[in-house]
Write a protein of this length. Structure first.
Length: 87
């Protein structure tokens, strides 16, 4: 039995790239959804460092569309991977 190291390397590289792509798409979707937030909830603790949110520059509608597109792309990649495993 021999191992095709070249093919194994290609599969490992593609898996790594696709996995990182899914993570980036989901994180961009979260950034898009955060554009809908008008103000941070609650007050910070008395001695906690305060980090203000300057805004992403996206309107709530554009953020929602960006989130939907990114989540659709991530879901498409996952479903295609499952299709390759099943068939």
């Amino acid at each position: 039995m021999t191992i095709n190291w070249g093919a194994l390397g290609v599969v490992a590289a593609v898996s790594l790239v696709v996995g990182m792509l899914v993570v980036v798409l989901v994180s961009l979707a979260l950034v898009g959804l955060s554009a809908r937030e008008t103000h941070p909830p609650g007050e910070p603790a008395h001695e906690a460092p305060v980090i203000t949110r300057t805004g992403s520059g996206l309107s709530p509608a554009a953020g929602t569309v960006m989130a939907a597109v990114c989540l659709f792309g991530a879901a498409t990649i996952v479903v295609y991977g499952l299709y390759l495993l099943a068939f």
